[in-house]
Ligand binder design. Structure first.
Ligand code: FAD
Length: 441
């Protein structure tokens, strides 16, 4: 310990962290203090450049008694990537992306890279990893939680293809966990990683992919939700190549579905055949279909600094079937006087392939992810009111689309035996709860 900090809370930092600890009097502090949803006032932000630095940051937190927040891309909806008065471990300097073995499509991606950077780095190799719908989201948050991306029905979740994780445990031990060396750690890092350790890098099996079919459609949505039911029927029969995301938008009593469709193929006939049934779901206007590089879906222009610019409230649930009651409830929520943004993401296809017990993401039979977002001034109250009638139709939830994690959301994200195993492993790897993002206590 040798470098003196000007902040009174921290008197010294370990030698290896010299120049990597940013306090409020540092001009680097302002763009580092906040996340996408949350303005933070941490006592310090540490910028590790190695697993050893991450261990040193954890040691510093222990010695100073500061609460730890872990950040990769800062897009976490609950704002857990920052705090007030604590220590943020910001992994953005750990952003290497390497193809380890082109033959087996194995790549190593560091946790602080953004998915736009990953797509750019893999494109020259003809490889891609399905991640999410936005290029600024960090590798660490998606790859420890799930990863419902533009290719989700073809590829599955991002976590389904993680073969090894390099982790710094809360006691500072650096571990590379794979199926042979530490299957429990690998299991928990794939879906519930936030409470077990700090992932520094992931070895992920990418897919062969350069170009995709991409189009947008707009469909009128009837109050009874029949359009949504027909969309769900089409997706249940669709080839795995087709993934879609639907945004419901209402003006007065009129609701429209804005559908983004991606076909994981560069074959015009495969793309045409996959998209054609969508035209039959109702009164549909379709834009021209383009064949574009996958990189255009998570482009570099998504990259930006986070400043708490989106103080929204978000929750989610998974649907097994789009029943008439569920469809009607979705349209009602989207058209409410205090509207919420409702997004539907197609699951199924490859997401159903792993057994529910294979990873800490147990939801392998549901077909639709419903995400609801409300905006200020009354975001939490508006969201709660809108979600109440939707909740009974859902069957589980995805941990990464939750801005107010609590006991109930934890149970929905990790049902039954998954909850027991996650709880046990969090206690084993992090007995003092240094990283614990929410329940269990
Ligand atoms: C605009 C936007 C679009 C999104 N789109 C999608 C989407 O299409 N598909 C999808 O699946 N999700 C999507 N999400 C949700 C996303 O998966 C989560 O918000 C995710 O946590 C963001 O990752 P991050 O690294 O940027 O988050 P951060 O804010 O950096 O981290 C959030 C939390 O995740 C945990 N964490 C992060 N990195 C690590 C690590 N290296 N080791 C251990 N724990 C870690 C920590 O608890 C941390 O506090 C979206 C979010 C936003 C805001």
């Amino acid at each position: 310990m040798n470098a003196t900090l000007s902040n009174a809370t921290l008197s010294t930092v370990p030698a290896e962290l010299a120049g990597k600890v940013v306090t409020p009097d540092d001009r680097r502090y302002r763009p580092l203090r906040s996340t996408y949803t949350t303005v933070g006032r941490p006592a310090a932000v540490v910028l590790p450049e190695s697993a050893g630095d991450v261990a040193a940051a954890l040691r510093l937190a222990r010695e100073t008694g500061l609460r730890v927040a872990v950040r990769s891309g800062g897009h976490g909806l609950s704002g857990s990537g920052t705090n007030d008065g604590g220590l943020v471990i910001d992994l953005s300097a750990l952003h290497r992306i390497d193809v380890l073995d082109r033959g087996s499509r194995l790549v190593r991606v560091e946790a602080g890279a953004r998915w736009a950077q990953v797509a750019q780095a893999l494109a020259p190799h003809g490889l891609a990893i399905s991640s999410g719908d936005h290029g600024n989201v960090g590798v660490g948050g998606i790859a420890t939680g799930g990863g419902v991306g533009w290719l989700v029905r073809r590829y599955g979740l991002t976590i389904d293809h993680i073969r090894a994780v390099e982790v710094v445990l809360p006691d500072g031990t650096a571990v590379r966990a794979d199926a042979e060396t530490d299957p429990d750690l690998l299991w928990v890092m794939r879906g519930a990683g936030a409470g077990a350790g700090i992932a520094v890098a992931f070895e992920i099996e990418a897919m062969e992919l350069r170009d995709v079919g991409h189009t947008q459609l707009v469909a009128a949505v009837d109050p009874a939700g029949q359009t949504l039911r027909r969309w769900a029927d089409v997706m249940a029969q669709a080839p795995r190549e087709l993934s879609t995301a639907v945004m419901l938008s209402s003006q007065g009593t009129t609701t429209a579905a804005f559908i983004t469709a991606v076909v994981a193929s560069d074959s015009p006939s495969v793309i045409r055949d996959a998209l054609e049934p969508l035209l039959g779901i109702g009164d549909v206007r379709a834009q021209q279909t383009h064949i574009v590089p996958y990189t255009e879906l998570v482009p570099p222009h998504h990259l930006h600094t986070n400043s708490g610019q989106m103080p929204a409230s978000t929750t989610n649930g998974l649907l097994t079937d789009m029943t008439p009651d569920a469809a009607r409830a979705l349209v009602t929520a989207a058209a409410a006087p205090d509207p919420v943004l409702i997004q539907l993401r197609s699951l199924g296809g490859a997401t159903h392939a792993p057994a529910p017990s294979a990873t800490a993401f147990a939801h392998r039979h549901q077909n639709t992810l419903v995400v609801a977002t409300a905006f200020p001034p009354d975001a939490p109250a508006t969201l709660a009111a809108a979600w109440r009638p939707l909740a009974p139709h859902t069957d589980g939830a995805y941990v990464n689309f939750e801005s107010a994690p609590d006991e109930a959301t934890f149970t929905r994200a990790y049902p039954g035996p998954t909850r027991t195993r996650v709880t046990d492993l969090w206690k084993r790897y992090d007995p003092d709860g240094v990283l614990r993002p929410g329940p269990p206590a």
